[in-house]
Design a protein. Structure first.
Length: 256
């Protein structure tokens, strides 16, 4: 009987050890054909992976409720919103030099960085805001929105894109807020959104079906890029490095 119990314990251990190793980052994670940074709310981390989903690691730890994330390749910095402390932060790619840029935002969600400006959506004020890269000279671009989440800027065409979970749609407008139009008429729970300025593609997260999608900039040609993520929130693209980054409130991490 004791021998049987020992064998049973060995079998259970053989099943659990790979899972535990994966949790601490020793085992290799599932491979996706993209490089992604993501924020994970459950583990309060920002994570990074390579384009095929390998080499995954935590970049920033002990965050409150990280949501959206954006990348400034020229400066080598990450920007993200945190609804737990109602602030917007930035840090270097290696996680060092963390600092708050916007000290108060009711419910900051999506964020985008273009040249010397940062753009963010706030579902608490139902607005889309803009400020200088250091957080100064804050202004309102769009107001009276339903429940804005993700935001992205097409710097080549001068367009602003955003998701709205209240209407289950994806929109775009000119950078001054004019010319608003619907691009995707239905998405279960659209959150983070990003633009590939090199390949001219639109990426967005739908946490309702735990997937990451891609389409043309006019909303046509939808396709699934990542089929399963626990609770994805924000997304950003490293166009130079060919990587995708996203946050996940289910794992409290940022992945790529």
């Amino acid at each position: 009987m004791q021998a049987l119990s020992r064998k049973l314990m060995l079998v259970i251990a053989s099943l659990l050890i790979p899972v535990l190793l994966a949790e601490v980052g020793i085992a290799d994670p599932p491979v996706f054909k993209t490089h992604i940074f993501k924020t994970v709310a459950v583990t309060n981390l920002v994570q990074q992976t390579v384009t095929e989903g390998s080499q995954r690691r935590a970049q920033l730890n002990r965050l409150s409720e990280p949501q959206a994330i954006a990348i400034d390749n020229a400066a080598g910095r990450l920007y993200w919103t945190d609804t737990g402390v109602h602030k917007i932060y930035r840090a270097n790619f290696d996680g060092l030099g963390q600092q708050p840029l916007v000290e108060w935002a009711p419910n900051p969600r999506g964020i985008a960085v273009v040249h010397d400006k940062i753009y963010w959506s706030d579902s608490g004020t139902h607005q889309i805001n803009r400020a200088n890269i250091d957080g100064s000279s804050r202004e309102i671009l769009l107001t009276g929105l339903c429940d804005t989440k993700g935001i992205a800027v097409d710097r080549a065409a001068g367009k602003l894109y955003w998701t709205d979970t209240g209407t289950h749609q994806i929109y775009r407008a000119n950078l001054n807020g004019s010319g608003r139009q619907i691009l995707v008429k239905w998405s279960h729970n659209p959150l983070g959104i990003a633009i590939d300025n090199v390949c001219r593609k639109l990426y967005w997260i739908d946490s309702g079906n735990h997937r990451i999608f891609r389409s043309n900039l006019d909303g046509s040609g939808n396709q699934v890029v990542v089929k399963w993520v626990p609770n994805p929130q924000g997304i950003a693209l490293d166009e130079i490095g060919g990587k995708i980054y996203w946050t996940d409130s289910g794992t409290h991490q940022i992945h790529r």
